[in-house]
Design a protein around this ligand. Structure first.
Ligand code: PLP
Length: 226
């Protein structure tokens, strides 16, 4: 795929997001897992700064290959192992997958004091799927974990993230997104958060219509992953 078609797809995606968002701000995270550094560089040149990666080693490798000073803002969107938290923390602007107390002090202590606070989202297991990481979709456990994040000066709790269960039925998929939005609003009554990360290539438009403020789009931008 040529750089031209990649930037064309970025512009089309930006326009689609803008139209679905009406006047609300919605942030696009370009999910670059398995994609070459050249593709990231082309998008950076086109003004896309937020990139999502699932794997710690892949993110660090790409970081090393991109020119310094880094313009990109890395988002870790994949499951986070405790033994990798300290290693990855200094590279990140955002982490979307915090789902347990143990990880919080590990992420916090690895930040340099002169760095901006790491922006943290709590991952919610919306459909209570055993195979998926995430906090139960209830206000109390989310607030408890959020309080631990807020207590760390090097972290900033910004909101929630979810990966809804794959649904073939559009109505059921919409209902799940709306359920997440209501949970987000309930948590917001008690916490100063503003970010709801939901929506991928298959559902980002409905996710935005249902209240997402951040979408994570991979294959619809880069093409199918190899
Ligand atoms: C891979 C991935 C995405 C992007 O998926 P696409 O369907 O390619 O857009 C978004 N969020 C998470 C957590 C992912 O693992």
């Amino acid at each position: 795929m040529s750089d031209l078609s990649l930037t064309d797809r970025l512009h089309a995606l930006q326009q689609a997001i803008h139209a679905a968002a009406a006047d609300k701000p919605v942030q696009l995270v370009a999910v670059s897992k398995t994609q070459p550094v050249a593709a990231i560089a082309a998008l950076l040149a086109a003004g896309q700064l937020d990139f999502g990666e699932n794997y710690v080693q892949e993110l660090i490798g790409k970081h090393a290959e991109l020119p310094a000073p880094p313009a990109q803002r890395w988002h870790l969107i994949g499951p986070l192992q405790s033994n990798k938290a300290t290693l990855i923390s200094p590279y990140l602007h955002w982490v979307h997958s915090v789902d347990r107390a143990k990880i919080v002090p590990l992420l916090a202590s690895a930040r340099e004091p002169q760095q901006h606070p790491l922006q943290v989202l709590i991952q919610v297991n919306l459909d209570d799927e055993g195979s998926k990481s995430g906090v139960n979709p209830e206000v109390e456990p989310i607030l408890a974990l959020g309080a631990l994040i807020t207590a760390q000066p090097t972290l900033s709790w910004r909101g929630l993230m979810t990966i809804p269960k794959a649904q073939t039925d559009e109505g059921a998929a919409r209902a799940a997104l709306a359920r997440m939005r209501r949970l987000f609003e309930s948590v917001r009554k008690h916490a100063d958060i503003d970010t709801l990360s939901m929506g991928m290539s298959g559902d980002y438009l409905s996710a935005i219509e249902e209240g997402a403020t951040m979408v994570r789009v991979g294959s619809a931008l880069f093409g199918a992953r190899g």
